[in-house]
Design a protein around this ligand. Structure first.
Ligand code: NAD
Length: 306
């Protein structure tokens, strides 16, 4: 009954909602009964400039269609002000979509501190500040849904995007820990790696591909994850775009154990290297290897051959 999912009486904050994916989320939630905070700084995709027009335009569209929305023009670095816009206008917050983002693509060789720092500020500090400000409200009401935004660039690396890759993979660790800490309070947190036509991708993909990657086609996944009917899915990584959706997870090779004594040398490890990197008997961990058990096993082994 996905067509009937609604957010009546709920408050949804979408950061970076002046265009692209954020606009698609904001207009969707408003069309399904939510009160929406449309946050956008209104700058360029490189993080330059700013203004109120981008957020205002989306709010106007939502209202013209009969929905409820207010604008907020703060940078996500000032998450407290964004969440306060929700509290002051609607008295609560139920869903936070950390979506705002910029690019400062440049090869690592030519990267300047400013390119690195700005990406960290918007993606890492921005997502932190917004979630941090929403967290006490979520805990108090024992309800919250959070989506953080990663990227294929973060999960797999991408030429010319080491700043963005580092910032985007940070969203995975951030989400997985928030999911663990939030579970007891019914705060469910997931992270998505979207792919969609927007001004960010307009210069790197041909029009015929972009036509097949409408931002609206990432919305159903975000909707399902942030709806109250989702009571269990948390701490998960999803990729989504063009109608494709899939969960990703870690895979661990069977690994190898060497006796941990002075016979455990680099040469001894090299002899057992196949086991370290052989994925023919994989496991799918949700936490670190159980080192206490492994320690016991290691002690039972004979000395490593020279
Ligand atoms: P977009 O440029 O259309 O939207 C990003 C929005 O964030 C813009 O409207 C921008 O003004 C706003 N923004 C930037 N810095 C801000 C700040 N400091 N405070 C508040 N708002 C700010 O791009 P998009 O493609 O819709 O990207 C949305 C998110 O998805 C980003 O986090 C991006 O990194 C991520 N993403 C997009 C793709 C894709 O294929 N489009 C792929 C992977 C990840």
């Amino acid at each position: 009954m996905a067509g009937e999912l609604r957010w009546d009486n709920q408050v949804v904050v979408v950061t970076g909602a002046g265009g692209g994916l954020g606009k698609a989320y904001a207009t969707f939630f408003a069309s399904r009964g939510a009160n929406v905070v449309v946050n956008d700084l209104g700058g360029s995709f490189k993080g330059e400039g700013g203004g109120s027009a981008a957020a205002d335009k989306v709010v106007d569209e939502i209202r013209a269609a009969g929905g409820k929305a207010v604008a907020n023009y703060d940078s996500v670095e000032n998450g407290e002000a964004i969440i306060q816009t929700a509290i002051q206008n609607y008295g609560r917050i139920d869903v936070l979509i950390n979506n705002a983002g910029i690019l400062r693509d440049i090869s690592f060789k030519n990267m300047k501190d400013q390119d690195w720092d700005l990406i960290m500020k918007v993606h890492v500090i921005g997502a932190y500040k917004c979630a941090r400000a929403a967290w006490p409200y979520f805990r108090k009401q024992k309800y919250g849904r959070v989506i953080n935004t990663s990227s294929a660039a973060g999960l797999f690396g991408s030429f010319g995007q080491c700043n963005y890759s580092a910032a985007k993979l940070s969203q995975v660790g951030f989400t997985e820990t928030l999911a663990k800490e939030g579970l007891k309070y019914n705060i469910l947190c997931n992270v998505i790696a979207p792919i969609a036509a927007s001004r960010m991708t307009a210069t790197v993909m041909p029009p015929e591909v972009l036509d097949k990657l409408k931002p609206e086609w990432v919305v159903p996944l975000v909707a399902v994850l942030t709806h109250s009917s989702n009571e269990t899915e948390t701490g998960s990584i999803f990729e989504a775009g063009g109608g494709h959706m899939a969960k990703l997870r870690w895979e661990r090779a069977k690994g190898t154990i060497l006796r941990a004594d002075d016979t455990f040398t680099p040469a001894a490890l090299l002899k057992k290297w196949d086991g370290v990197s052989n994925f023919s008997e994989p496991s799918y961990p949700t936490g670190p290897a159980n080192f206490l058990e492994l320690l016991e096993d290691a002690q039972k082994l004979p000395a490593n051959p020279p």
